[in-house]
Design a protein around this ligand. Structure first.
Ligand code: SF4
Length: 261
């Protein structure tokens, strides 16, 4: 999907202003400065309109989204993104899933976890007894990690990229106040904790993020690559722990998912 002309112009503005920040004395090209500033100010205008500390959770999330606007903190990602992927789901959710970053599908759709891995996540959520719309889903990084020209696929977000964007996720979590967080994959866990982790060491037990119980489990994309019953069961056991923590009823059938017959 091609970017809209306005988005392209904003990207150019971001690049130019980022250059200005790096070299405050450096002049922008003639005739571009005023128009670029106008563009940025035009997009910035709604930011001050809605405070994120009052109103319902939905209103506060909406205000945060407006505040983030066309964020330009990572100019290299701004240049390549189609959409900033904020998050989706119930602002009142008791359960929140956190992934690492949008992939190609998510970048195009503007929604997290909509590709094949996302469809598997939706199945996991439904197997837990929820609808996708009843939980909240977001990523540590809101913009798709850029790829070298001509290369497809997705790359892992860098630690500094996640650290730059993490404050937005923290504010989402502070607004939603979920009873449980689930980090999907080692990179998401690294983004939250600020240090690399090995999934087999951290999954299956409770951690804490800003005082909220945090469970780590494998990314659904891992399950698409490793379709063994054993790996599916590991993720499912993590989700059983989450259901217990939420006080949700668990049927005998649910307890037996992915066990050898
Ligand atoms: S990744 Fe986050 S901090 Fe970087 S430009 Fe996107 S929204 Fe802004």
């Amino acid at each position: 999907m091609n970017k809209k002309p306005f988005d392209q112009a904003v990207s150019l503005a971001c690049d130019a202003l980022a250059g200005l920040r790096e070299n405050p004395a450096g002049p922008l090209p003639r005739a571009s400065h005023a128009s670029l500033e106008r563009l940025v100010n035009a997009k910035a205008a709604p930011i001050a309109a809605a405070p994120t500390s009052t109103g319902s959770k939905a209103e506060r999330l909406e205000a945060l989204r407006a505040e983030i606007g066309d964020c330009c903190k990572c100019p290299h990602l701004v240049k390549s993104r189609s959409n900033l992927v904020f998050g989706v789901g119930d602002p009142e959710a008791r359960l929140m899933f956190v992934g690492e970053a949008p992939g190609a599908d998510e970048d195009l759709m503007g929604e997290p976890f909509v590709g094949k891995a996302g469809q598997l996540l939706t199945k996991i959520i439904e197997a837990m007894g929820f609808q996708r719309s009843e939980v909240y889903i977001a990523n540590v990084l809101k913009c798709r990690p850029d790829m070298p020209p001509g290369e497809s696929g997705n790359r892992k977000p860098r630690a500094e990229e996640m650290a730059t964007c993490l404050p937005f996720l923290i504010r989402q979590i502070e607004i939603i106040e979920p009873q449980c967080l689930v980090a999907l994959g080692a990179t998401a866990m690294e983004g939250l904790l600020g240090e690399p982790v090995v999934m087999r060491d951290v999954r299956g037990r409770w951690h804490s993020f800003k005082g909220i119980p945090l469970m780590a489990t494998y990314h659904p994309a891992y399950l698409l690559r490793n379709q063994s019953l054993t790996e599916k069961r590991k993720v499912w056991e993590d989700m059983l722990l989450v259901l217990e923590r939420l006080g949700e009823p668990i049927s005998a059938r649910q307890r037996g998912f992915f066990l050898p017959k």
